[in-house]
Design a protein around this ligand. Structure first.
Ligand SMILES: O=P(O)(O)OC[C@H]1O[C@H](OP(=O)(O)OP(=O)(O)O)[C@H](O)[C@@H]1O
Ligand code: HPA
Length: 187
């Protein structure tokens, strides 16, 4: 099969996936959630000069929308770790960029979604072990998985049902991070 056919099939798969999904948080609801989180973070971090660390790549939209609303001084870097890749089920962690220079800092981690909680828990433990003065966590979406998680986020934008969700930075098999609303794959 040629590369062009591959992309053509991928395009069809992406279109069918979106057509078979339900919008669960509109673009306006996502924006309102971001604004509320920004207000809460401005209240809590005004005097802390935090190091803000998004977990790439899912945090890209959340970060891009949130950062300009944070009206306090901060340093910015990023972490890159993945355990889902292009799959709908999590596996082993792959670190692509470790946290740098966190010793003594008040760290704020940003991520798109708290699902089983393994990623955020692992990253937080790593940052505290590296000597951070404190580490708080903000996730755009918290999934109701119906069982205990190893970590609860300090700040949450929206709650999502126990279905695979995508859009607003979250991908489904690598697709549709670019959507400005949140969708859930049909069961
Ligand atoms: O709570 P968990 O079950 O650990 O899942 C949450 C993590 O899964 C996704 O990352 P993924 O590994 O898909 O990489 P990505 O950020 O590139 O999408 C998402 O961005 C979170 O970081
Ligand atoms: O439901 C999800 N959607 C997108 N990325 C994810 N990573 C973990 N769970 C999810």
């Amino acid at each position: 099969m040629t590369k062009q056919q591959d992309w053509c099939e991928k395009h069809q798969e992406a279109t069918a996936l979106l057509a078979n999904s339900d919008e669960i948080h509109s673009a306006a609801a996502c924006q309102a959630a971001i604004e509320q989180m920004a207000a809460d973070l401005c209240r809590d971090f005004a005097d802390r000069y935090p190091l803000v660390l998004p977990i790439m790549g899912g945090a890209v939209v959340f970060t891009g929308k949130l950062l300009p609303l944070l009206r306090f001084p901060l340093d910015f870097d990023y972490i890159h770790i993945t355990r889902y890749g292009d799959k709908l089920k999590g596996g082993a962690f792959e670190w692509l960029r470790q946290p740098q220079n966190v010793s003594g800092r008040h760290v704020l981690i940003l991520d798109d979604i708290l699902d089983e909680g393994l990623t955020l828990h692992t990253v937080r433990e790593h940052i505290l072990a590296a000597g951070a003065a404190s580490c708080r966590t903000a996730v755009f979406a918290d999934k109701d998985i119906g069982r205990a998680k190893p970590i609860a986020a300090d700040y949450v934008g929206v709650r999502v049902p126990n279905r695979y969700v995508f859009g607003f930075g979250m991908d489904a098999k690598g697709m549709w991070r670019n959507l400005e609303a949140v969708y859930a794959v049909s069961n």
